[in-house]
Ligand binder design. Structure first.
Ligand code: PLP
Length: 369
């Protein structure tokens, strides 16, 4: 079976982990956490980095830090991961959705302005699958209406938009270091911002709102979202190789593009747009309408060929848990719906070999014949 994702851990990971164990620093108090925060923030070009235990937690803290709560509205894409919506809904705020662009698979930015109301507090921008959102026009709208921007850059580590690093565009931007991201800490995440106040709130939220002077007296409710020194050790070793990893992912995507070019019934990822070149977080495929079967059936057939695949995201307006709460009644986002029905991704981890890419491509061609 060719795994859908396999990370590369053959740099300084082992060396730094051994340092943790030999020094006894394994908790979040260890020195690698701060070093990872500083180096990651510097790499992204931001003043503050706040390391947390995963990318979902980073989004939760970002939403809470911006004071989003009861009755506030947050504009976001329907086509994304559930992590984006959870804290919005839990806080009593209302997610307001936009559809996706059928070629870039990112949120359709032309739909944003019409969704703005007096209650709109933030726009959550989520860069999808390797190409960034065309974010300048979004920032312009946000500025015009006095709305905050949360940027979910989990799939965009090492990517740029018009030459500027992704993760520099939100009032708060977030990352994930799950093993299928461009760098991994096993589980982990990061919040970055230039805002001293927001960074302080995120640090408090991460650490149960413990106070420096009166430790067990709490003025706020936080969470325990701390990243461990062991995880930060992995992160430092991975960060050293980020440029190499991004180049590797691009080579993978280009190879798939060559091997699958012209195959009837398949939409391939867009390799570049004016503001960025794809970094192929995953290599996604969307079946044409005339193929005669869905992504689910394609994944079944590929599994039988020894190829591990995953479905595209299920849109937020189709999530049972959100519909049961009375959200999105009667709403339809046809591009997102079609991407979910007909989209899936093939093995695209950092450790994938040329031979595996060729094997996967041949299997894809076979199941379409
Ligand atoms: C992976 C991912 C997350 C969640 O990160 P975890 O570390 O798995 O919690 C959030 N948003 C996007 C866009 C992601 O790809």
């Amino acid at each position: 079976m060719i795994a859908v994702n396999e990370p590369l851990l053959d740099g300084n990971e082992k060396k730094y982990l051994i340092e943790c164990i030999e020094s006894g620093w394994i908790s979040s108090e260890g020195p690698f956490v701060k070093e990872f925060e500083e180096k990651f923030a510097a790499r992204v070009g931001r003043k503050h980095g706040v390391a947390v235990c995963n990318g979902t937690a980073a989004l939760d803290a970002a939403v809470e830090a911006l004071g989003i709560g009861v009755g506030d509205e947050v504009i976001m894409p329907s086509f994304t991961i559930i992590s984006c919506v959870q804290q919005i809904v839990r806080s009593g705020a209302i997610p307001v959705l936009v559809d996706s662009h059928p070629v870039t698979w990112n949120m359709d930015i032309t739909q944003i302005e019409a969704k703005i109301t007096r209650r709109t507090k933030a726009i959550m921008v989520v860069h999808i699958y390797g190409l960034p959102v065309d974010i300048d026009p979004v920032l312009e709208v946000a500025r015009q209406y006095g709305i905050k921007v949360i940027e979910d850059a989990a799939q965009m580590i090492g990517q740029t938009y018009n030459g500027k690093p992704c993760g520099t565009f939100g009032d708060i931007s977030t990352f994930s270091f799950y093993p299928n991201k461009h760098i991994t800490t096993g589980e982990g995440g990061m919040i970055v911002t230039n805002d001293d106040h927001l960074a302080g709130i995120c640090r408090d939220l991460r650490n149960l709102c413990f106070q420096p002077t009166k430790r067990f007296v709490h003025e706020g409710l936080g969470w325990n979202l701390r990243l461990t020194n062991l995880q930060a050790a992995l992160g430092l070793a991975q960060l050293e190789r980020l440029d190499e990893f991004v180049a590797r992912k691009r080579r993978m995507g280009e190879r798939y593009n060559e091997l699958l070019a012209g195959v009837e019934g398949l939409q391939l990822p867009q390799d570049r747009v004016g503001y960025a070149e794809n970094i192929y977080w995953v290599y996604g495929l969307v079946l044409a309408d005339n193929v005669g079967f869905s992504a689910e059936e394609a994944m079944r057939r590929l599994a039988a060929e020894g190829v591990g695949c995953r479905p595209f995201f299920c849109p937020m307006h189709q999530q049972p848990v959100l519909k049961r709460r009375g959200l999105f009644a009667g709403e339809s986002y046809p591009v997102a719906e079609r991407m979910y029905r007909q989209g899936f991704y093939v093995p695209s981890g950092l450790a994938i070999s040329e031979v595996q890419i060729a094997d996967v491509s041949n299997a894809v061609k076979r199941i379409l014949q």
